[in-house]
Design a binder for this molecule. Structure first.
Ligand code: MG
Length: 292
């Protein structure tokens, strides 16, 4: 049985690294720079925390409401833009270019979070918060039906891989790449859509066999990360929930603000960074992220 001491070193505690955001999201550790980058969505800016100096600064302003992001294999950052309703790339030199903004003739809703698949493709969620929540983007209309999870690759373009969720949000792959986990931030009560983490079998460019991994009653599961042992770490409500690959809850880490997202990083990869409402937090763990 997994115990807290398997997941957190003795004396590990949540510490606040930065504050002053309005809704902090999209944390990403950038190893080449030794910085943690994250989004302040309503503040319409991207923030940065330097691990060497603990300095906090604005990385960029007027960024069209970026949300989640991931590191691509070439060192560029792939990020979701609510305002531009697209997936975009920021190069290490600061240049930002569009990756994809349309599914056929339909404009995307407002990409929320993105994960790198084993085959190098990008899988991202497309709920509608950036066009329905005035603080998080620009008012707009949904141009296609249910909010999908999409896969994008140079070779195949954009395809829908999951269409049976309500508001797909966080996304992460198992260490072997055979499973993708997606959170749903819909707020319906009871056993309807929302408050849950779903798991799907991944077969190359397709996903199937959707099933419930876990339900979280307090708050909605938003960001998600998977460690090298396949444990699923998700931010929801007042803290971080850790589940086994079978869905058993292993650990709960309380955080003093409502949490939105999380990522592993730091110099040895074992720091867990948490974006929670106004602040960026860190807790040291005994594991690290699964990465292909
Ligand atoms: Mg999110």
């Amino acid at each position: 049985m997994t115990t807290e001491t398997d997941l957190l070193p003795h004396g590990s505690a949540v510490e606040r690294l930065a504050t002053g955001a309005t809704w902090a999201e999209g944390p990403l550790w950038i190893p080449d720079e030794g910085v943690l980058r994250w989004s302040d969505i309503p503040g319409n800016r991207i923030m940065r925390w330097d691990a060497a100096t603990s300095d906090v600064s604005v990385h960029r302003s007027d960024v069209e409401f970026t949300n989640g992001r991931m590191l691509d294999r070439d060192g560029s950052v792939v990020q979701c833009s609510h305002g531009r309703r697209r997936l975009e790339r920021e190069m290490p030199d600061g240049a930002v270019t569009e990756i994809v903004s349309h599914w056929g003739e339909h404009q995307l809703n407002s990409p929320n979070d993105v994960a790198l698949a084993p085959d190098g493709s990008y899988w991202f969620t497309d709920p509608d918060y950036g066009i329905t929540q005035p603080r998080e983007g620009h008012p707009g209309i949904r141009e296609y039906g249910a909010c999908h999870v999409f896969r994008w690759s140079d070779a195949d373009g954009l395809t829908s891989v999951i269409d049976d969720m309500d508001r797909p949000n966080g996304i992460a792959f198992s260490p072997d790449g055979g499973t993708v986990y997606v959170t749903d931030t819909a707020t319906a009560a009871g056993d309807g859509p929302g408050h849950w983490i779903r798991a799907y079998d991944v077969h190359g460019s397709e996903a199937s066999g959707g099933r419930l991994l876990a339900t979280i009653d307090e708050g909605v599961p938003d960001g998600i990360a998977v460690d090298v042992e396949g444990r699923v770490w998700s931010s929801a409500g007042d803290g971080i929930h850790v589940f086994s690959p079978e869905g058993a809850e292993l650990l709960f880490i309380p955080v003093s603000e409502v949490v939105a997202n999380l990522c592993f990083g730091g110099p040895d990869g074992t720091d867990l960074f948490i974006t929670a409402t106004t602040s960026l937090y860190r807790i040291r763990t005994s594991t690290r992220e699964a990465r292909f």
